[in-house]
Design a protein around this ligand. Structure first.
Ligand code: ADP
Length: 237
């Protein structure tokens, strides 16, 4: 049976490990990784019209306008590799973005990586990002300028300064927390919740395991319910 595409949203503050857990989801479900931050940085690097518009917002630690990011995401979703599903990392961050993606592709699951502000500061201020592929490592493990496996150099991201980290965190609480509350109430076609909350404080391995096990439970439950109702689906909307 051909499975329906899975569109999974990874939501959480900066440095909550969204990118890392997204990669585990990509491996398990064979979906593509769509990181809104990385798409924006690529647009800036390539000096696209949308990238030029987005840059001042990112530099200040503010969200880029919905119109810009929604355009970028929809364009990415039109590519062939996104037809079997995707894990969205960093998108949606506003209620308007959330409503727009539900309408556009439907959402199978939402994983909220919950973490305290103190740990966000500790992690974000101590991370280096590959300028080429966006992979992240801690200053404890590598030095600035060190080469990543892809050939790019690890650098401090321009928006990882103390002030900008604080601004982004404030925006998360003010603007993105309502999105978390919104998804908490969303019910899928089988009448079940699609929302999963994970404590993202532990080690990468343990959080990864928790994320994958919770998703599997959600998808298996949906499969059973759909069978009972005589519908052929894998539990996605
Ligand atoms: P982090 O998760 O560390 O904040 P990201 O790479 O996800 O980093 O995002 C970097 C910046 O890109 C954000 O601070 C914001 O300015 C912009 N951005 C990313 N995703 C979105 C989005 N969905 N809506 C608006 N702005 C976004």
């Amino acid at each position: 049976m051909k499975q329906r595409p899975k569109y999974i949203i990874m939501i959480g503050p900066q440095a909550s490990g969204k990118g890392t857990y997204s990669k585990a989801i990509v491996e398990k479900y064979g979906v593509v990784h769509i990181s809104s931050g990385q798409l924006l940085r690529d647009n800036i690097k390539n000096e696209t019209r949308l990238g030029k518009k987005a840059k001042p917002y990112i530099d200040a630690g503010n969200l880029v306008p919905d119109k810009i990011i929604i355009k970028i995401i929809k364009k990415r979703l039109k590519e062939k590799d996104a037809k079997d599903g995707a894990v969205f990392d960093g998108f949606p961050r506003t209620l308007s973005q959330a409503r727009s993606i539900i309408k556009y592709v439907g959402v199978s699951a939402v994983v909220y990586a919950n973490i305290s502000d103190e740990i966000v500061f500790e992690r974000a201020a101590g991370r280096l990002t590959c300028e080429n592929c966006g992979s992240i490592s801690g200053v404890k493990y590598i030095k600035q300028g060190q080469k990543c496996a892809c050939g790019g150099e690890y650098k401090v991201r321009e928006d990882d300064t103390k002030e900008v980290i604080a601004r982004r965190l404030a925006n998360f609480h003010e603007i993105t927390k309502p999105v978390v509350r919104f998804f908490e109430r969303v019910i899928d076609a089988q009448g079940q919740k699609i929302f999963i909350e994970i404590d993202a404080t532990g080690s990468i391995e343990s959080v990864n395991k928790n994320v994958l096990a919770s998703l599997e439970k959600l998808f298996n439950y949906s499969k059973k319910e759909a069978k009972k109702a005589g519908k052929v689906t894998d539990g996605t909307n």
